[in-house]
Write a new protein. Structure first.
Length: 621
């Protein structure tokens, strides 16, 4: 070949196969390749051994997640003969001593970026790993692991040893796999909420939350102007304002007692819009009350979408921002604050005595009470993530000093906020019980079954006292509006769920596959939930109430139907199980990303009906 223009000829005729390409060989030519210049080596930056180790651990973590190995049991945990006591294990670079230090002494994890927060590894039974691994979509796999199977930790020893349950889950995974391989990807659409309807939803939200405990950082008039502003091409709202706007619309829809056409599709679009904004929001988030409020709303928005990863990120930011704004040190003395090595909290300096008026002092106390109220709400959410989703605490003992607030916040005992006050006191009592129980579990429970159950009984008695002291069921009957009913429901169903978990944790006198008390409470919870939604034609509670309150009762009831040959309430329990799955089907009708959860529930409900038919057939023969 002619060497006058080697690169041109090579690019036209040669395929660079050595020592001679087939094209040149066919025409009797000779290939002559120009020698390639060796690539210059870039000078690699020096890295420390700690950085290398951290990167290796992060890659290993991603590999474990990809292969479905993130649920490997913690071999370092105390072996007491009962694997059910393990709640979660924590993957991090630090030593065990570092993890047990107070927050201010362990590198202050809350001040690190969200992506560096230690990730809990959910304990999922080995029998489920292969089944879940069949789902190729990472989002669906993560949703099922965190939103479904995490709730089954309290019954896993029974549920995942039952052949019919395993068959039901396997069948559900096949259906999910088929659904995802055939469904088309839908483009993101703008939420279809007419301007006037959007303003009405904002009005509903403000009318329902006129309470000093959660002060909305944006004026109602500004939020009501957003439907007009978003139509102007040259107006661009910041990410925090958009997140607040879309989540307020969602809350307004859920709070609206009237029928709302196409509600499921609108909720889905609002959720997807917030998900699309979330990365930009997290990248530009600041330590402001507006961003803290956006984080609060984003936690519930993500829960409604069963997006536990996003909800956890939002909660991590809520913890970090609230600490930066001084929420963790509301009742810390100046001496205690000066002894900390961390940066000072962003709180206003204490004025000299007599330097302010009585009105100013009252405002300062109201502001402190509001911070206390919001802090204890954050602490309660921390307990929720630990109990329901196996996450580690972001608020360890020793990292905060905050007293209980005056439940009225401003000192005015207004009858309109009576249910909010009751809900705060009762839910905080329950959160402290949950915290004590989880700390007890994390420290390694008593290997002696008798003393172990005595501790569990003390927790049970405390939960029962909440229900009796406040007469929660009677309180529910006296509630007259949607919001007050929700407050009562939250206390009641949270207590029921905790009682089920506690009875499942007992070791002595297990004469039945499931503790009788746990089954009775599960039946009561599901029946009460059915009655509440059946009482109102347009009642809508969303998927998050099922996720947080009814998953454990639902699966307990199903397992008792499937595994208990002496079931005494078969027809009634079957009707309740069927009703719950049908309600979820209505909720997720226009929300395709939630269908894997529905498929799991319907598969288990179908297994319950099959169990009844098998028993009738056996009895008839």
């Amino acid at each position: 070949m002619d060497r006058r223009s080697p690169l041109a000829s090579i690019s036209i005729r040669c395929n660079r196969v050595t020592p001679q390409c087939d094209k040149c060989e066919a025409v009797g030519g000779h290939c002559i390749y120009s020698a390639r210049k060796p690539r210059s080596k870039k000078k690699e930056p020096e890295v420390s051994e700690k950085t290398v180790l951290f990167e290796v651990l992060k890659r290993l973590k991603r590999l474990e997640e990809h292969c479905g190995l993130e649920d490997t049991p913690n071999t370092d945990a105390q072996d007491n003969g009962d694997g059910d006591d393990s709640m979660s294990i924590l993957s991090s670079v630090g030593s065990d001593d570092d993890q047990n230090m107070p927050l201010a002494e362990s590198g202050d994890a809350l001040n690190a970026p969200v992506t560096e927060v230690s990730v809990p590894v959910t304990l999922v039974p080995a029998v489920v790993r292969g089944i879940i691994g069949r789902i190729k979509d990472e989002g669906s796999r993560s949703m099922l692991l965190s939103s479904v199977f995490c709730h089954l930790r309290s019954v896993e020893s029974c549920f995942f040893e039952n052949e019919q349950c395993i068959r039901a889950i396997t069948s559900a995974m096949s259906e999910i796999e088929f659904m995802q391989s055939t469904q088309a990807v839908e483009p993101l659409r703008d939420p279809v909420v007419p301007k006037e309807q959007a303003k009405k939803l904002i009005e509903n939200y403000y009318d329902c939350y006129q309470f000093e405990g959660f002060k909305i950082p944006l004026e109602k008039s500004f939020l009501c102007s957003i439907p007009d502003l978003i139509e102007i091409p040259h107006v661009k709202l910041d990410y925090t304002v958009q997140i607040i706007y879309y989540t307020v619309l969602l809350q307004g829809i859920i709070l609206d007692p009237e029928a709302y056409p196409g509600r499921g599709g609108i909720i889905r679009n609002l959720y997807l819009r917030c998900v699309a904004l979330s990365d930009h929001w997290l990248a530009n988030i600041q330590d402001t009350p507006a961003d803290l409020f956006a984080a609060f709303l984003m936690i519930s928005m993500a829960l409604e979408g069963c997006n536990m990863d996003l909800s956890w990120k939002a909660f991590s930011q809520a913890c970090r921002i609230s600490k930066a704004l001084g929420y963790y040190a509301v009742d810390e003395t100046s001496t205690e604050r000066s002894n900390h090595s961390e940066q000072p909290h962003l709180t206003a300096p204490t004025p000299a005595p007599g330097a302010t008026s009585e009105s100013d002092r009252h405002k300062a106390e109201v502001d402190k009470n509001r911070k206390r109220f919001e802090f204890w709400h954050i602490l309660r959410v921390d307990c929720l993530f630990r109990l329901s989703f196996g996450k580690p605490t972001l608020m360890p003992a020793g990292s905060w000093k905050v007293n209980f607030p005056d439940p009225t916040i401003n000192g005015v005992d207004d009858e309109s906020s009576r249910f909010i006050q009751i809900h705060f006191i009762a839910s905080m009592r329950l959160a402290l019980i949950v915290m004590k129980y989880l700390d007890w579990i994390d420290c390694g429970t008593d290997p002696n079954p008798i003393s172990h159950d005595a501790t569990i009984d003390s927790f049970i008695n405390e939960v029962q006292s909440i229900l009796s002291d406040w007469d929660t069921e009677g309180l529910l009957q006296r509630a007259t509006n949607h919001v007050d009913i929700w407050f009562c429901v939250d206390i009641l169903f949270s207590s029921y769920k905790m009682l089920i978990v506690l009875y499942q944790s007992k070791k002595c006198n297990r004469s039945h596959i499931l503790p009788r008390q746990a089954v009775d409470i599960a039946r009561k919870s599901v029946t009460k939930f059915q009655a509440l939604l059946g009482a109102s034609l347009h009642a809508f509670w969303g998927i998050s109430l099922i996720l947080l309150h009814q998953f454990i009762p639902f699966f307990i009831l199903c397992l008792d139907i499937i595994g208990n040959p002496d079931h005494d309430h078969l027809d009634a329990d079957l009707a309740s199980v069927t009703w719950i799955s049908e309600y979820v089907e209505i909720v997720v009708e226009e929300r395709v990303e939630l269908r894997p959860i529905l498929i799991i529930m319907k598969a288990v409900a179908t297994a319950c009906h099959r169990t009844k038919m098998d028993r009738l057939f056996a009895f008839g023969h």
